[in-house]
Design a protein around this ligand. Structure first.
Ligand SMILES: Cc1cc2nc3c(=O)[nH]c(=O)nc-3n(C[C@H](O)[C@H](O)[C@H](O)COP(=O)(O)O)c2cc1C
Length: 333
């Protein structure tokens, strides 16, 4: 798919996720093959108010390219101002969030709230495009609820306004994260527009990635929670699509190694205290399914020294390998 000068076939993209898709996690996913990375949503009002905390969310590393900054808001003027500020950071893409289902966001007419006012969504897309020289993409849902699915019209509208790609989380706002996503809309959207379409929602395994490309004819898939559970999914999905098999089997050693690498990146970019604190939400992802995870997670939460955390993780690896040997459990999952 082509977005501006970005040209990637069968792109596998990391989803924007608040408090998750930060710089350290994005780097982890990039090194494991994610083709495009997006920031978590960045509040346009916070940006135009010049909030340092909000501005920090746009910081990225050159290693991340191609990289997108996602902004959200329900007011044209602040979205335009935010797009200008995002542009100054020199990302490769500016993305508009038109899919967030959270009550506080939609109450302000932002996120999926835009699906209730398509003329406003169009004005916002146009204003953002005017405010930046970067390609603009949009991420949305099928519709507000099952009775108001207008995704084909939305796709035509954003294309007409000048957006260069559209990501569709194949659920309605009313569904939140519940229920099955309905991918059957994707071929209809593909028929109606020329811009690349990325599919999102419940893509958890390399096989899911392959199936989504094959069944929908989409140009990219976007992986959210599946990457928290398994950041190797990007690499594994590429292997699966090329050879029909996954070659990267994630061992206990690899899980602990990557967890420590992530912790070090977190501390490098956020400082000791914040880096350690913000890493806490990732331990369950890395150690998922292994014996005694809740106990070791609790212990890790209580530690405030990086070396002690690293040592506890290494000890956990040894303990787990020993347990697996005793019980004759395969070390790779
Ligand atoms: C913790 C969390 C935070 C999220 N934050 C954002 C966000 O900032 N911007 C956005 O567009 N979507 C956000 N989402 C939605 C995801 O990008 C994605 O659309 C959704 O999780 C469905 O994809 P998945 O099934 O692969 O997780 C978030 C989802 C989660 C789980």
């Amino acid at each position: 798919m082509k977005i501006g000068t970005i040209d990637i076939a069968n792109a596998i993209v990391l989803a924007p996720m608040e408090d998750v898709s930060d710089l350290p996690f994005r780097l982890v996913c990039k090194r494991l093959g994610a083709d495009i990375l997006y920031t978590e949503f960045v509040n346009s009002e916070g940006l135009v108010r010049n909030s340092e905390k909000t501005k920090r969310k746009m910081i990225f590393s050159e290693e991340e390219r191609p990289f997108g900054i996602q902004i959200y808001g329900g007011e044209e003027s602040s979205m335009e101002g935010a797009a200008r500020m995002a542009d100054e950071m020199n990302p490769d893409i500016v993305d508009i969030n038109a899919g967030c289902w959270v009550k506080n966001v939609v109450l302000h007419g932002a996120g999926a709230g835009l699906l209730k006012d398509l003329p406003k969504m169009e004005r916002i897309v146009s204003s953002v495009i005017k405010a930046t020289n970067k390609p603009v993409t949009v991420k949305t849902r099928l519709g507000w609820d099952e009775n108001s699915i207008r995704i084909v019209d939305v796709a035509k509208m954003v294309e007409g306004a000048g957006a260069q790609a559209l990501t569709v989380h194949c659920r309605t706002r009313e569904q939140g994260h519940k229920g099955d996503p309905d991918y059957s809309w994707i071929p209809k959207i593909k028929e109606a527009v020329k811009i690349p379409i990325m599919v999102n929602g419940n893509i958890f395994t390399p096989e899911d990635v392959h199936r989504t490309f094959a069944e929908t004819g989409c140009d990219g898939v976007m992986v959210g929670r599946g990457a928290i559970e398994n950041p190797w999914i990007f690499k594994q999905a590429k292997e699966f699509m090329q050879t029909g098999q996954v070659q990267t089997h994630v061992t206990v050693e690899e899980r602990v190694r990557l967890c420590i690498e992530h912790l070090k990146l977190s501390v490098q970019y956020k400082g000791d205290r914040t880096g350690m604190f913000e890493m806490r939400k990732h331990y369950s992802g890395y150690l998922r399914g292994l014996p005694n995870v809740s106990k070791v997670r609790m212990e890790l939460m209580g530690l405030t020294d990086i070396e002690a955390i690293v040592n506890r993780l290494l000890l956990f690896k040894d303990e787990t390998l020993l347990l697996m040997e005793e019980k004759d459990v395969p070390a790779a999952v």
